[in-house]
Design a protein around this ligand. Structure first.
Ligand code: AHR
Length: 597
């Protein structure tokens, strides 16, 4: 390996290695957002989901009231919080909640319990709130009393006298009448940087030293249908007035981790925030073009919330929410994995509106079978999920990329197959790929692994970087690759020559395999020579390649160059002869490998 220190190349952008957070695998509720009570505001269902009502002595009962099912629709905590719990108290009862597969309670730590409640039919008994270990030992307890006919908030602080990662909360009373509850919350007082996030998980993310932070998705931005599309305005302000919503990844999202918290997290990480906004496209529907006005406005308002002065409409709300100073967001992405004509016209609409009001903003486009060029984006978001071999064979993907066009943001990539649950080979694949990103960082200016977090009790994506349960986490080998690259990022790219570096994979003893993706392969001028100089193989892709053994995808030959067809994803093609035992490969006249591998 020769490093030419005397020939400095381009500067490596500080944003090269970032992170991508999506609310997937319970990475927010039950993860980074440390609320211990699951379904705290009873919005998850019309039944008492994730709560257990126990009638201890008497004939008490509980039901979820949905104000939308009432006429007139009255009685709820506020207009955004449509469901609450009604308990008919006849004797002694107890309500249990085990959180997200157990609550992690630590001896000596304090927890804030808060609920909204009102009483009826003369209910006046005190409410006992206890944190209880899985074995039934009381770890902390307090009393809440003095209920009124109107909604009021009650807050108590609980300090744990013991530890248990699988604790639960019990809330009970012995009396008569009716008690209504909503927003029942238990949150640890110790959070990361005091900004309300689970300390160990935020710490794990921080150790990756991401310099850019993309949020909140992913498919979560799109949703399956209109009603699940991500709407940032429903995620800011008082948590009681945020609208919870069904998450595409199979659970209800409380929105405790909302737009403001993401911006705050990016700031705390020292990373550039990158907001990915819905483009009026879900997985299954499109907002009609004549109804896109609200989507455009939402994008502009998001910019104003993040960057506007304190006296602007949304800037003043940001200030009220605790951050008077603008967040200085420089990046916005329109849509996630959207493509086709419908995306092109929505891209144009939203991009032009943002450009004319915020010309300094870097606009990021989706590349999904191509990307819209009107208007031309500043950055193109490309996503790659594949096996380790694909990443290893594609380290040179951007070597010959057009340097004059928009720059690249590899917004999602990961080895997701042929590595079990994630292993060292996967990490090596990613590391190899990252060397290619670094070498080409004059054109690839940002990147992020995906997905970042996974609660092991709700794993919906095969391989995830940081895996956790209620109280501990582990990183895949790839997590340490991310750390290694980010913590040791260079500032200038230097030419590196590696002699004898194989560009091809030896699939079998004898015979070769070529692999590629996204129309990028150019296996021209490839020769395989026997030790006696005979040409065993010479690429001539003007010929029909049907005789070759093909695996996956489709190939086509154009201008004498073998390419993957536009429809394919990842493709391999095998050629050669098992009798080859001793050969040399040259690619564009250069020897690239020695004898049989
Ligand atoms: O990272 C997981 C998913 O992969 C993302 O939600 C989506 O953008 C991609 O398809």
């Amino acid at each position: 390996i020769t490093v030419e220190v005397n020939r400095p190349g381009h500067r490596i952008p500080s944003t090269l290695f970032g992170a991508f957070f999506e609310d997937i695998n319970h990475s927010s509720d039950g993860g980074l957002y440390p609320e211990l009570i699951r379904n705290r505001s009873f919005e998850d269902s019309d039944t008492l989901q994730n709560w257990k009502f126990i009638n201890l002595n008497g004939a008490s009962s509980a039901s979820v009231i949905n104000v939308d099912a009432l006429y007139p629709p009255t009685g709820g905590l506020n207009v955004f919080n449509r469901k609450y719990l009604s308990i008919q108290v006849r004797g002694e009862f107890k309500l249990e909640n085990r959180g997200f597969w157990g609550m992690s309670i630590v001896k000596g730590n304090s927890y804030t319990f808060k609920l909204a409640a009102r009483s009826g039919e003369g209910f006046s008994a005190p409410l006992k709130v206890s944190i209880v270990s899985a074995a039934g030992t009381e770890l902390a307890s307090a009393e809440v009393k003095g209920f009124d006919a109107g909604w009021k908030y009650y807050t108590v602080n609980l300090t744990a006298e013991g530890s248990d990662p699988k604790a639960r909360i019990e809330i009970g009373a012995n009396g008569n009448g009716r008690l209504y509850m909503d927003m029942v919350s238990l949150i640890p007082d110790q959070t990361w940087k005091g900004h309300g996030l689970r300390r160990d998980l935020a710490g794990a993310l921080n150790a990756m030293q991401p310099k850019v932070f993309r949020f909140p998705g992913g498919c979560w931005v799109e949703g399956d249908h209109f009603r699940q599309m991500n709407n940032w305005k429903k995620t800011v302000g008082n948590i009681d007035t945020r609208t919870s919503s069904w998450n595409f990844w199979g659970y209800n999202a409380s929105r405790g981790l909302g737009f403001h918290e993401y911006l705050q997290l990016a700031e705390d990480l020292g990373a550039e925030p990158l907001f990915c906004i819905n483009a009026g496209i879900s997985h299954k529907d499109f907002v009609p073009m004549d109804q896109m006005g609200q989507w455009v406005q939402d994008a502009l308002d998001a910019m104003e919330y993040a960057n506007g002065p304190e006296n602007s409409v949304w800037g003043s709300i940001r200030a009220k929410n605790g951050h008077p100073k603008p967040f200085s967001m420089k990046y916005i992405e329109i849509g996630n994995e959207n493509g086709g004509d419908q995306y092109a016209e929505r891209w144009r609409l939203i991009a032009e509106a943002i450009r004319s009001k915020y010309p300094e903003i870097t606009l990021i486009v989706n590349n999904w079978g191509g990307y819209p060029k009107d208007p031309l984006p500043d950055l193109i978001d490309e996503h790659y999920y594949d096996n380790p071999e694909w990443f290893i064979m594609n380290t040179n993907k951007y070597d010959n990329y057009d340097r004059k066009g928009p720059k690249i943001f590899v917004g999602e990539y990961a080895v997701t197959s042929k590595t079990g649950n994630g292993n060292l080979r996967g990490a090596i694949g990613e590391a190899a790929w990252m060397t290619g990103l670094e070498r080409n960082s004059d054109v690839v200016t940002m990147s992020a692994y995906a997905p970042l977090f996974c609660n092991v009790n709700h794993k919906v994506w095969p391989i995830n970087l940081i895996n956790f349960d209620s109280y501990r986490w582990y990183g895949l080998p790839g997590y340490y690759v991310q750390q290694l690259f980010a913590q040791n990022q260079g500032t200038v790219s230097l030419p590196v020559n590696v002699e004898g570096a194989p560009l091809l994979t030896f699939y079998n003893k004898g015979g070769l395999g070529l692999g590629t993706a996204n129309n990028s392969a150019e296996f021209k001028d490839l020769k395989v020579l026997a030790s006696d100089g005979r040409v065993l193989f010479q690429s001539d892709f003007t010929k029909n390649i049907d005789d070759w053994q093909k695996a996956g995808g489709e190939w086509l030959v154009k201008d004498g160059v073998l390419r993957q067809s536009a429809t394919g994803t990842n493709t391999s093609v095998f050629f050669g002869d098992k009798s080859w035992t001793d050969y040399t490969i040259t690619f564009k006249g250069r020897k690239i490998s020695g004898d049989n591998g």
